[in-house]
Every structure is written in structure tokens, then in C-alpha cells.
Design a protein around this ligand. Structure first.
Ligand SMILES: *[C@@H]1O[C@H](CO)[C@@H](O)[C@H](O)[C@H]1NC(C)=O
Ligand SMILES: *[C@@H]1O[C@H](CO)[C@@H](O)[C@H](O)[C@H]1NC(C)=O
Ligand SMILES: *[C@@H]1O[C@H](CO)[C@@H](O)[C@H](O)[C@H]1NC(C)=O
Ligand SMILES: *[C@@H]1O[C@H](CO)[C@@H](O)[C@H](O)[C@H]1NC(C)=O
Ligand SMILES: *[C@@H]1O[C@H](CO)[C@@H](O)[C@H](O)[C@H]1NC(C)=O
Ligand SMILES: *[C@@H]1O[C@H](CO)[C@@H](O)[C@H](O)[C@H]1NC(C)=O
Ligand SMILES: *[C@@H]1O[C@H](CO)[C@@H](O)[C@H](O)[C@H]1NC(C)=O
Ligand SMILES: *[C@@H]1O[C@H](CO)[C@@H](O)[C@H](O)[C@H]1NC(C)=O
Ligand SMILES: *[C@@H]1O[C@H](CO)[C@@H](O)[C@H](O)[C@H]1NC(C)=O
Ligand SMILES: *[C@@H]1O[C@H](CO)[C@@H](O)[C@H](O)[C@H]1NC(C)=O
Length: 458
């Protein structure tokens, strides 16, 4: 009796337990959707997939789709029972369903189709079960290519000016913006700031290293497009002023040139816009601008001094900044160096010429002298009072039989003049004491060249 009076739910529970024992499961209805939110593209069809599971005999399946929108009251879109599909007449061209498949097809999405779609499935049976599932649908328009506008468009001066970039898309919903410099994403920093929606990017103040290629990446759930790059104009400099000469002889900041030469100096600096250069000559007490422009040609003759100080002043007329560098030109006098060059180049020639002349003159002199000696000898031979001993000791022209004996250095010895005949002192080996001879004689110091020894020859 007590058992019969137990509450109804206990009986149901008992039935459930019996079913569990008989069929292996308790009868349930489960609805599943792959995702609670679905992003659709405007103008395209969209399916809201729903899967339901029922493990009990059913005498009928009812499916109801409802829509809740922020701007409109909740609406019933369609109902179906078993295979019969019953659309709401207002939406009959918009939604399609193939019962008992519970998935809903939206034929063509409009922005107004956004909302929370709820499906309710009723399974007629014992007992009748029902379940609901909600899917949020968002509708997006793909982004078009973004366009960047830069302000000011003419550029900005470093440390002074600011640059603002605005990214704009003509089409697209729920657009997110990201800024890239040389294809790398930018973060907020001391000089970079971004608007709340990231569509505006400001650099304040600009620096030289802000030079680069900027682009904007616009994206939403369904699309992503990057803008063309924009390279802002940033005026800077001049930095790193250098003076170089067309001749490569730079020593520190001192240039050396020869007097009479001209040299061209070029100034170069890192600057935007390109800097102008002024060339200033510094006197003791005065400065004189000698040229304007990227280069300066120095004519050394026109400079009266040996050492001149110059100043190259680079100026950027937009940033209003300048930089200057000083250099010294030393003009070396031409004379000592050039002359030494000339003498050094001429001396070997002069020496050769001198030696050759000496040799020629010597040979001529010897020739003439020998001729003269021959004549005297003939005259002397014709004289009858000639002593036989002297005759014996005068081989005046005997040397011509063997040329080797004549080879050597000839020395002229001047002896007191007389009418007496000449005596010739013969070669060193058999020379005699000739103390009492009058006239001029010559001594022959014999020198015969030795044959060259060849070491490499055995
Ligand atoms: C629905 O289908 C079930 C079987 O699947 C059937 O028993 C029932 O009679 C059908 N109901 C209607 C109204 O057609
Ligand atoms: C229901 O329809 C959708 C698309 O119309 C399909 O992808 C899905 O497989 C169907 N489900 C069943 C159980 O047939
Ligand atoms: C859908 O419902 C959620 C809360 O469940 C709400 O936050 C959201 O705004 C709704 N979406 C629309 C489009 O109404
Ligand atoms: C640049 O921005 C700073 C800070 O926003 C501002 O103080 C300054 O006036 C701006 N300069 C110019 C030239 O707009
Ligand atoms: C920017 O782009 C130009 C050509 O589009 C390229 O020549 C230049 O090197 C780029 N600058 C940087 C910093 O990448
Ligand atoms: C500069 O002064 C020095 C001596 O003070 C003098 O020898 C030189 O000639 C001067 N140069 C010029 C350009 O006046
Ligand atoms: C340079 O000029 C100043 C005044 O202009 C003068 O007092 C000074 O003596 C001058 N110096 C030389 C080296 O000429
Ligand atoms: C500034 O310098 C540039 C290049 O040297 C030159 O073209 C321009 O005319 C100058 N502008 C002014 C205002 O002097
Ligand atoms: C030259 O020789 C003669 C006789 O041989 C001699 O009388 C004379 O003094 C000599 N002259 C000289 C200058 O020696
Ligand atoms: C010495 O003899 C070698 C071999 O015969 C030869 O090549 C070389 O030129 C000779 N040197 C001289 C100085 O004659």
C-alpha cells in the first residue's frame, strides 16, 4: 500500500530504470550545433546545422525555428511536423528546411538577418520530449582594400613635425585595423599612438628612423586585405658631413697638393632634402665664402699661402640645421721636389755621356799622339849620329804586333824638352831606369783582362 502511494515521479523514474535495463539507455533528446556563433557573408546562403539524437520510439517530430533580433520582436520562422514543412508566409522565400532534418538554410543573407536563431525540437511519444538550441548569426561584408591618407602629405621635419596616417576601407563590416612598418606589426611606443579603433596612427614627433614603408591591414572575420605601402617624407639632417678630394691623398683632415695643381673637393652629407654646401676660406682674421655648391675647385696658384684653412658648411634649408667641418690644405712648393726629380732622372744619362766623351777624347788624343811619335821616330832614324844602344832600347811602335800588350791605362809623363831623341819606357816588367832622357815619354802599365771564370762550368 505504501508503495502504491509513492509519488508519481518515483514511478516515472522507475519506468526509466526499466527502460534503461531493457534498451540500454534512458530515453533522451539531445540537440547539437557545431558552433554557438556562425559568421555569414552578406549575399551568400548560410546553413545553420543542427543535429538531434533521440533514442525512443517517436510518433512524430516537430521542429520550430524562431528568430530574435535586437531591432524587431521575436518571430517564428517556420514549423514542420514529420515530413511536412510549414513556413511562415512572411519568410517563405528566405528559409528552407528539409524535415525531419532540422538544419535551417538561409537562402541569401542580409545584414538584417543577424540575430539569435533558436530551434525547438519536440518528439511526440511517451513521454513527449523537447529541446532547444540557440545559434548566433552575424553577417559580414568583406573588406575592400584599405587606403592610407597621410597628414601632412608633404612630409614632416624630424624632432618637430608629426605624421598622422588614416586607414580607410570603402566596404567592410566590423573592420579591424593593424599597422605595419616594413611588413612588421607596430606597437604603441613613446612616439607611436593609435586611435581607439586603430584606424588612425600618429607619430609624434617623427624621427629619421621612422622612414620606411607603412601599410595598413584591414580585416574582419571573413576577410583580410593589406593596403599599398606609403613611404612618408621625413626631412632630416644634414648628418655625417664629409669632405673628399678627387685625389685620394687624404690624411686626417689635411690635404696636400703640389703648387700649380688644382684639386676638387666634394662635400657629402646625409640629408633630406639634399643639403647645400658653402665653402669658406679662413684667413687670420677674416672668413670669405669662396663657393656655393656640392663641390669646390681649388686652384693652388691663386692661393697666396702655403697653408689654407677651409670650412665646408652643409645646410638643410627645410630642417634649418647645419653642420660644418674644417680642413686644411697644404700647398707644397714645386721647386725642390721637382728639381730633385729632374736631377735624379738626368744624372745617369749625364754620367754616361760624360764617360763616353772622356773615352772618345782620350782615344783621339792617343791616336794623334801616336801619329806624332811615329813621325818623330822616322825623323830620328834618318839621323846618322844615332847611338846603337839607344836604338836598341826604342821599340816605339813594336806594340802593334800584339794588341794585348797595348791594352791598359796610359799615363803621360812630361820630361824636360831637348833636341835629344825620344825614349820610350817599355812595359813594366822590363822597364829600365831612364833618368837622363830629355823629351816626353809614356809609360805603359800593362793590364791584360783575365778570362771570366764560370763557376757553373766544370
Ligand atoms: C509521423 O511519423 C511517425 C513515424 O515516423 C508516424 O508514426 C506518425 O503517424 C506520423 N505522424 C503524422 C501526423 O503523420
Ligand atoms: C541535414 O541537412 C544538412 C544540409 O542541408 C546536411 O549537411 C546534413 O547532413 C543533414 N543531416 C542529416 C541527418 O541528414
Ligand atoms: C544573442 O543573445 C546574446 C545573449 O544570449 C546577446 O548577447 C546577443 O547580443 C544576441 N545577439 C543578437 C544579434 O541579438
Ligand atoms: C605634434 O604633436 C605634439 C603632441 O601631440 C604636439 O604637442 C605638437 O604641437 C604637434 N606638432 C605639430 C607640428 O603638429
Ligand atoms: C620600401 O619600398 C621600396 C619599393 O617599394 C623599396 O625600394 C625600399 O627598399 C623599401 N624600404 C624598406 C625600408 O623596406
Ligand atoms: C696670418 O698671420 C701670419 C702671422 O700672424 C702671417 O704670416 C700670414 O701671412 C697671415 N695670413 C694672412 C692670409 O693674412
Ligand atoms: C683681428 O681683428 C681684430 C679686430 O677686428 C683685431 O683686434 C686683431 O688684432 C686682429 N688680429 C690679427 C691677427 O690681425
Ligand atoms: C632648398 O634646397 C633645395 C636643394 O638644395 C633647393 O632646391 C630649394 O630651392 C631650396 N629651398 C629654399 C626655400 O631655399
Ligand atoms: C838634355 O840632354 C842633354 C844631353 O843629353 C843635356 O846636356 C841637357 O842638360 C839635358 N837637358 C836637361 C834639361 O836635362
Ligand atoms: C756559365 O755556364 C753556364 C752553362 O754553360 C751558362 O748557362 C752561363 O750563361 C755561363 N755564365 C756566364 C757568366 O758565362
Amino acid at each position: 500500500m505504501e508503495l502504491l502511494s509513492c509519488p508519481n515521479y518515483l514511478l516515472k523514474c522507475g519506468v526509466c530504470i526499466v527502460l534503461l535495463l531493457v534498451f540500454g539507455t534512458c530515453s533522451t533528446l539531445k540537440l547539437t550545433a557545431p558552433s554557438p556563433t556562425i559568421h555569414g557573408i552578406k549575399g551568400q546562403p548560410l546553413t545553420l546545422p543542427i543535429h538531434y539524437d533521440v533514442n525512443a520510439p517517436a510518433s512524430g517530430v516537430q521542429i520550430i525555428w524562431m528568430l530574435e533580433r535586437p531591432s524587431a520582436p521575436p518571430a517564428c520562422l517556420l514549423t514542420s511536423f514529420n515530413d511536412t514543412f510549414l513556413p511562415d508566409l512572411e519568410f517563405q522565400h528566405k528559409f528552407t528546411m528539409n524535415p525531419p532534418n532540422a538544419s535551417l538554410l538561409i537562402n541569401s543573407l542580409h545584414l538584417s538577418d543577424e540575430g539569435n536563431y533558436t530551434v525547438k525540437v519536440n518528439i511526440q511519444g511517451e513521454p513527449t520530449m523537447s529541446a532547444t538550441q540557440k545559434i548566433e548569426v552575424t553577417v559580414h561584408v568583406p573588406v575592400s582594400q584599405p587606403i592610407i591618407a597621410s597628414e601632412p602629405s608633404y612630409g614632416a621635419v624630424e624632432y618637430v613635425g608629426n605624421l598622422t596616417f588614416k586607414c580607410h576601407v570603402s566596404k567592410g563590416t566590423r573592420v579591424r585595423y593593424q599597422w605595419l612598418k616594413n611588413r612588421s606589426p607596430l606597437q604603441t611606443s613613446s612616439t607611436y599612438s593609435f586611435s581607439r579603433d586603430n584606424s588612425i596612427f600618429t607619430i609624434a614627433p617623427v624621427m629619421k628612423n621612422d622612414i620606411g614603408n607603412y601599410s595598413c591591414l584591414a580585416s574582419n572575420y571573413i576577410s583580410e586585405i593589406e593596403s599599398d605601402t606609403i613611404a612618408p617624407i621625413i626631412y632630416y639632417g644634414p648628418y655625417g658631413l664629409r669632405v673628399i678630394s678627387d685625389k685620394g691623398f687624404k690624411v686626417g683632415e689635411v690635404f696636400t697638393i703640389d703648387n700649380g695643381e688644382s684639386v676638387r673637393f666634394d662635400c657629402s652629407a646625409d640629408s633630406n632634402p639634399p643639403n647645400t654646401c658653402a665653402w669658406i676660406q679662413r684667413g687670420n682674421n677674416s672668413t670669405e665664402i669662396v663657393n656655393y655648391g656640392p663641390y669646390f675647385k681649388l686652384l693652388s696658384e691663386k692661393v697666396g699661402q702655403k697653408t689654407v684653412d677651409y670650412l665646408c658648411r652643409a645646410y638643410n634649408n627645410i630642417t634649418g640645421k647645419g653642420e660644418e667641418t674644417q680642413f686644411t690644405v697644404i700647398i707644397t712648393p714645386i721647386d725642390p721636389e721637382k728639381l730633385s726629380q729632374i736631377t735624379s732622372s738626368l744624372s745617369p744619362l749625364a754620367a754616361i755621356t760624360g764617360v763616353s766623351l772622356f773615352v772618345i777624347v782620350s782615344i783621339c788624343f792617343i791616336f794623334v799622339w801616336k801619329k806624332y811619335q811615329l813621325q818623330r821616330a822616322i825623323q830620328w832614324k834618318l839621323q846618322p849620329r844615332r847611338p846603337s844602344t839607344e836604338y836598341r832600347r826604342t821599340p816605339i811602335y813594336s806594340g802593334h804586333e800584339d794588341a794585348i800588350n797595348d791594352f791598359g791605362i796610359y799615363e803621360f809623363v812630361s820630361l824636360p824638352d831637348s833636341t835629344a831623341p825620344h825614349r820610350v819606357i817599355p812595359p813594366a816588367s822590363n822597364s829600365l831606369q831612364v833618368q837622363d832622357t830629355n823629351g816626353t815619354v809614356y809609360e805603359v802599365i800593362q793590364f791584360v783582362p783575365e778570362p771570366v771564370q764560370n763557376d757553373s762550368q766544370p
